[in-house]
Design a protein around this ligand. Structure first.
Ligand code: ATP
Ligand code: MG
Length: 580
């Protein structure tokens, strides 16, 4: 797959406070005329998307992706795709592959004139190590040999300052020797740790001599057994940003208190000659919280392990692979990201905003088709046996240029069961004995009665048609009927499995306040039915999307559809049925 595309060219610019900051930095020339270590010019604005390859991306990540790549595109900058793989234990190649695939699917790439900006933080381990040695030599870091318990008890709390470690003032040469021996594998996990030397009395707990390297005898998915010490996230992240010449490092609000340490690390390393000013700037924004969904990786995994859903790409999952399979388009997700914008404080976004973005995108794009989901037989008694007549309908009602689709009408049709009532309720205009309706794109029929089984269930409806009433012919104007129902010819219909998906939870905040999200599962989040579709649907290719008229938007399932035998997923209904 090509990955040198740079996102949707015609997406409107995201207007938000982040843009404001970037525009101000451009106006002041803060990041202008930078060059890399080889003296080559750099884009003024560089952002990055830095996932940890320890799970599947979800809709929250999509917000971050659209933001980082979107801003870089808008300002003619660069967004690097960086795997933040500094933690050996939980990371796997499988996740690297799915993340790359998801970001590309969303419409973003990371190649430009300056090269292919796909990076792995683990490729910087040597540099990070060299900087740690420098920090020790310069008196900015020391090896602490306290136990984890001792360290925790010396940390203090919000009200009390911490206490200096007895090892804090050990000579730099001694720390350096110990650090080298940590690297050489002479110690067990947890025996020593490298800490920044800042201020154990700082009101910001993150500045109380935070750990920067720990011993972990673990196999790494890329560096294998080369290392048994690994950098801590708060130390590694600013270095990764600076190594990639990031100008604006966008992260979620919980990192606000980490920013002083972010700046400290970069300033110290710049003093050591590792980086030039201007240094990357960390800016925090509110994470996406979506109602009727959970995004915690641990809880999503639980849904799979307990067979509540059918895998990471179950169309009910908020993962990118899940919503893609559900029928979402990259454009709908980009539209969603634009609509929600970015804020500086946490808030909840309603699921209907996501669903609305898909409706708005597909309304324009999706060809129309007919599907009968709850089939009931309609027999046109005066229609000739074994004959059929071609009917036609627009592919898209607002785009006549997209042409027409054709399908046959014959004596026996499938209609929706609820389009017939033996005894009509007040205001019911569809089929009931004595009433006339138009079979959409076909003829006007008059209902004559119905057949029932021994239990009194209606098993077929009878009617007669008016041969001069066909839609699109002159005679059709002579018939004025209130009801208009859809149908497919029983003999020509495609029988297909259709999965009617709905929200996975009935509670807008299924896991808020430590609630058990399993108590909020929607028992009707997936219903599998056999439906009858208009003839042309047998040609539907995986991922093809349609509006099934009167029902909603559906996609041919990308996993289970077979040639000539598509399986459809309901992506979203035509109208929001969840609104208050
Ligand atoms: P973990 O809990 O494993 O750290 P994570 O959700 O933070 O998971 P990362 O891989 O670290 O996952 O995230 C990559 C990027 O996506 C980060 O920059 C993070 O800020 C951003 N991100 C993650 N979740 C959201 C969210 N809900 N809204 C916006 N951005 C998010
Ligand atoms: Mg994270």
């Amino acid at each position: 797959m090509s990955n040198d595309n740079k996102g949707s060219a015609n997406a409107p610019a995201i207007s938000n406070f982040l843009r404001g900051i970037i525009e101000a930095d451009i106006a002041s020339g803060k990041y202008a005329n930078r060059t890399d270590d080889h003296g080559l010019p750099l884009p003024e604005i560089i952002t990055r998307f830095p996932p940890e390859p320890n799970g599947y991306l979800h809709i929250g990540h999509a917000k971050s992706i659209c933001l980082n790549f979107g801003l870089a595109n808008d300002f003619d900058g660069r967004c690097t795709m960086r795997f933040d793989d500094t933690n050996p234990e939980k990371e796997e190649q499988e996740y690297v592959d799915t993340i790359i695939d998801s970001v590309q699917w969303l419409g973003f790439g990371w190649k430009d004139e300056g090269g292919d900006h796909l990076y792995f933080a683990s490729d910087y381990f040597d540099k990070m190590y060299a900087m740690a040695e420098y920090l020790i030599s310069a008196g900015h870091a020391y090896v602490d040999s306290q136990s984890a318990e001792e360290m925790a008890s010396h940390r203090g709390n919000f009200n009390e300052p911490g206490k200096n470690s007895p090892y804090r003032d050990r000579p730099a040469a001694e720390s350096l020797d110990l650090f080298r021996r940590m690297k050489a594998g002479e110690f067990k996990d947890g025996e020593h740790i490298l800490r920044a030397k800042i201020d154990m009395a700082s009101p910001n707990m993150n500045m109380r001599d935070p750990a920067i390297y720990r011993i972990r005898h673990a196999h790494h998915h890329r560096t294998g057994d080369d290392w048994c010490i690994y950098p801590m996230y708060d130390y590694a992240h600013p270095l990764e940003d600076a190594i990639e010449y990031v100008s604006h490092s966008l992260c979620t609000l919980e990192f606000q208190d980490h920013r002083p340490f972010y700046d400290w690390v970069l300033e110290r390393c710049a003093e050591g000659g590792f980086f030039k000013h201007p240094l990357p700037k960390q800016i925090e924004f509110a994470r996406l919280n979506l109602t009727y969904a959970i995004t915690s990786k641990r809880k999503l995994r639980q849904l799979i392990e307990e067979n509540i859903v059918d895998g990471w790409d179950d169309p009910r999952m908020p993962t990118i692979v899940g919503i893609r399979r559900r029928g979402y388009t990259p454009e709908a997700i980009q539209l969603f990201a634009e609509r929600i914008g970015v804020a500086k404080s946490d808030s909840w976004i309603d699921m209907s905003t996501l669903e609305g973005s898909l409706r708005d995108d597909l309304d324009e794009k999706a060809p129309r088709a007919t599907a009968v989901l709850r089939p009931l037989k309609l027999i046109i008694d005066n229609f000739p046996d074994n004959e059929s007549v071609e009917c036609s309908a627009p592919v898209h009602p607002h785009h006549p240029d997209r042409g027409n689709r054709t399908f046959q009408i014959s004596k026996e049709l499938w209609i929706e069961a609820d389009d017939f009532m033996e005894v009509p309720s007040k205001g019911y205009f569809r089929l009931y004995p004595g009433n006339k309706v138009r079979l959409r794109y076909g003829y006007v029929v008059e209902c004559t009665g119905c057949d029932k089984d021994a239990n009194g269930n209606v098993i077929a409806v009878h009617c007669n048609y008016f041969a001069d009433s066909k839609s699109g012919t002159e005679g059709s104007a002579n018939y004025k009927v209130k009801g208009n129902i859809h149908w497919v010819s029983a003999r020509h219909a495609v029988e297909a499995e259709v999965r009617l998906y709905d929200r996975l939870f009935t509670d807008p905040n299924p896991d808020a306040g430590g609630k058990d999200f399993k108590l909020a599962l929607n028992p009707n989040s997936k219903e599998v039915i056999t439906a009858y579709l208009e003839h042309g649907m047998s040609n539907a290719q995986p991922d093809d999307k349609f509006q099934f008229e009167r029902h909603g938007y559906f996609v041919a399932d990308r996993v289970d559809s077979k040639a000539g035998k598509p399986v459809f997923n309901r992506a979203v209904t035509l109208k929001d049925s969840w609104g208050k």
